[in-house]
Ligand binder design. Structure first.
Ligand code: CA
Ligand code: CA
Length: 301
């Protein structure tokens, strides 16, 4: 059903102004992205260590794809139609990385079977899957941003809401938008405190649509139950504040909520959450229930 398939052989390690597209897609078309895991699929055995792999290949994003008709100032709507995961996921804990990396001295690697909706963490511990895309973004026109870092263009957002059935809205900063993605997780909790999710290769099917004059604060994610603004900043405090204030802008400018009500409505019905605290910039999101958005009469394009 897809119009185009992008091989996992085509990856980038940064989202920059003059990225070279590996393929061109029509506006409204369906694209499959074969994605490598964040270790570029180099870890297959729990005895391996980071020193054994080429870490300069970390967090590859498959793509980028040029979307016909996308011009700077537009918004790219990315509907995540399907996520298929590989059979094996890898998790790790690394001294000096993540929150728990502050207190561990020994590197640990876990290789886990993933099947039938379950990640087999150990013989006694099975975890339900919540497949999500860790890295997804468009070309950043201002600077090269490595795929370890989240920002306005998307990138390493590590948002558990960016999964099958969700729609992500990203900025178009250069002609063609130049969409890329990778770093799937079979499961992950908010925060990604130990520096990894259940890192896994996969196949992601998306539909891409260029929106003109879209007023959403970006990046923005919508699913059946909720919608969320996302902001990435050097500190968690700033990321939290900005995610909240962007949702306030959305309520006032898109949904017509009076300014005196916007803050109270968010405070009474929304959830401020942490995407991740382990990347070079930290990411927070402000979530609102879709029931509230529907009551306001707003419909997402
Ligand atoms: Ca990530
Ligand atoms: Ca990851």
């Amino acid at each position: 059903m897809a119009n185009l398939r992008i091989s996992g052989e085509h990856t980038v390690l940064a989202f920059g102004p003059d990225m070279k597209a590996v393929a061109t897609a029509e506006n409204g078309s369906i694209i499959e992205f074969e994605t490598l895991d964040c270790f570029a699929n180099q870890i297959t055995d729990a005895s391996q260590r980071m020193a054994d792999i080429d870490e300069t290949n970390a967090n590859p994003a498959t793509g980028p794809v040029y979307i016909n008709g996308a011009e700077p100032g537009d918004t790219l709507k990315v509907e995540i139609l399907k996520m298929e995961l590989g059979p094996v996921a890898v998790a790790c804990e690394i001294p000096g990385e993540g929150v728990t990396g502050q207190v561990v001295n020994v590197e640990s690697v876990k290789v886990m079977q993933v099947a039938d909706g379950i990640c087999h963490f150990s013989d006694d511990m099975q975890l339900p899957l919540n497949p999500m895309i860790g890295v997804i973004g468009t070309a950043n026109s201002k600077e090269w941003v490595n795929t370890e870092t989240p920002d306005y263009h998307g990138g390493n957002l590590d948002c558990i809401r960016i999964g099958e059935g969700a729609t992500l809205y990203l900025p178009v900063m250069v002609e063609g938008a130049l969409l890329g993605m990778g770093d799937l997780h079979a499961c992950m909790g908010d925060g990604e405190v130990g520096v990894s999710g259940a890192e896994i290769p996969g196949l992601v099917t998306v539909r891409v649509t260029v929106l003109k004059d879209c007023k959403l604060p970006l990046p923005f994610v919508v699913n059946d139950d909720l919608c969320a603004t996302m902001c990435s900043c050097v500190t968690l405090d700033e990321a939290a504040d900005r995610a909240v204030l962007q949702m306030r802008d959305f309520l006032m400018e898109c949904c017509g909520v009076p300014s005196e009500d916007a803050g109270m409505l968010m405070s009474l019905s929304g959830d401020l959450r942490i995407n991740q605290v382990v990347n070079p910039k930290k990411t927070c999101r402000m979530e609102l229930p879709m029931a509230v958005i529907r009551k306001l009469g707003y419909t997402f394009e």
